[in-house]
Design a protein around this ligand. Structure first.
Ligand SMILES: Cc1ncc(COP(=O)(O)O)c(C=O)c1O
Length: 404
């Protein structure tokens, strides 16, 4: 057997990799599965996007290679969207990079900036492509534990100076998956300033920029002075427009950084399907009519989820953004054991905090991606598992302490 590369062997298990297969097995056994695992809503994309795809698919040119340039109209509409949404101007050809989903761009970017000896600062728990891209590029990963202590913010000045000296990339994601934390502007100003001083590329993952509630409006990192010098920002149609399966997103950065990502991509893909880019144009253009309504559906689901999980015995706060609740577990319940029992005994899929790295232990994540009724049912089932596990651990600790 040919030997695998060391950097491959360093990759951890991907938290969602085995779940589709497990879900398939449960469904085959006739289990009534409620899947609150992936951030993948049961809602439809904008009608205009569906219609546009149906139309353009018959245009011969749309079926040919997109190459890195892709559909110029997609770049132009992304640029207009960034201006309308954040008041920021970007050159469609030099500062925007079309992506086959933002995950693709986030992982591939590391190939341009990481190498042995360089360090990437990665929040843990965090989206797995940060660590994936960094390790596959042969770089080192410094994991910063996101805990309630720092309001789930990465505080660069807590990181050893020796690590900061070798750090080339910092991944940040606010609104945050999985903790649902948001970043105050004052924090973003501090981070941009430090990244400029330390000459660190700030990779700002803004996948949830439109998934926010109660009047909160997430910013672009480029609203912060000086960010254009050091940052690249990633956006996605996946969550905003219920288009996860379409694999469409973009990166935005000054030309030097954008062209580094484009160059890597020119060796690993030949562009996003142009018909998808054309349909994405239709989605981006219907922001005003689609996004507020979609957001209201998620707000209702969020409230239902918070009420139901609280009633089932869990502590949780209503997040200002994202489609997730990051729920603490009592101390002695390992999150992987809880998630496994919940799936096997009750048919409810949630993600264990430890699946996002050791720093995520002590929590589990639910995605509020289905109807309030189903979420309430899932919470009741989770409550039963919690009760069984807490009474068992209480019995065990009484036994260890010699109490009858
Ligand atoms: C924080 C974060 N970034 C990026 C992505 C990837 O989105 P896309 O579907 O555009 O690859 C996700 C998807 O769950 C995410 O949670």
């Amino acid at each position: 057997m040919p030997q695998l590369a060391k950097r491959f062997e360093n990759l951890p298990e991907y938290v969602l990799a085995r779940i589709p297969q497990r879900k398939h097995e449960l469904l085959k056994r006739g289990v009534d599965v409620i899947d609150l695992g992936a951030g993948d809503a049961d809602l439809m994309p904008p009608e205009a996007a569906l219609r546009r795809l149906g139309e353009v698919i018959y245009i011969p040119q749309m079926n040919r290679y997109g190459f890195g340039l892709g559909l110029v109209q997609f770049r132009e509409v992304v640029s207009a969207w960034m201006e309308k949404r954040f008041g920021l101007k970007f050159d469609p050809l030099r500062e925007i990079v079309p992506l086959i989903g933002s995950k693709e761009g986030i992982s591939h970017l590391a190939l341009a900036y990481m190498e042995p000896g360089r360090v990437a600062i990665v929040p843990e728990p965090g989206y797995n492509s940060y660590i994936g891209g960094s390790l596959l590029s042969g770089g080192e990963v410094y994991k910063y534990a996101l805990r309630p202590r720092t309001k789930f913010l990465v505080e660069l000045d807590e990181i050893p100076a020796e690590v900061l000296k070798r750090a080339k990339v910092l991944y940040l994601n606010y609104p945050n998956n999985p903790t649902a934390a948001v970043a105050p502007r004052e924090y973003l100003e501090r981070v941009v300033k430090r990244c400029r001083e330390l000459d660190i590329l700030l990779v700002y993952d803004n996948a949830y920029s439109e998934m926010a509630f109660d009047g909160y409006v997430p910013p672009s990192i480029f609203e912060i002075d000086g960010a254009r010098d050091v940052a690249i920002e990633f956006h996605s149609l996946s969550k905003t427009y219920n288009m996860t399966g379409w694999r469409c997103g973009w990166a935005v950065a000054r030309p030097e950084i954008a062209s580094a990502l484009s160059k890597v991509k020119s060796f690993v893909d030949t562009g996003q399907f142009m018909a998808v880019q054309a349909a994405a144009v239709a989605a981006l253009e219907c922001w005003d009519t689609f996004v507020p309504k979609n957001r209201a559906i998620f707000a209702e689901r969020r409230d239902a989820a918070v009420d139901a999980f609280r009633a089932a015995g869990f502590e949780c706060e209503a997040p200002k953004a994202t489609m997730y609740l990051w729920i603490p577990l009592p101390n002695d319940i390992p999150s992987a054991v809880f998630a496994e029992r919940l799936m096997e005994e009750e048919g409810v899929i949630v993600l264990p905090g430890s699946g996002f790295g050791a720093g995520g232990e002590g929590f589990f994540r639910i995605s509020f991606i289905t109807s309030p009724g189903r979420i309430a049912e899932a919470a009741q089932r989770a409550g039963r598992v919690l009760q069984a596990m807490t009474s068992k651990t209480a019995r065990e600790s009484r036994a260890t302490a010699g109490v009858a």
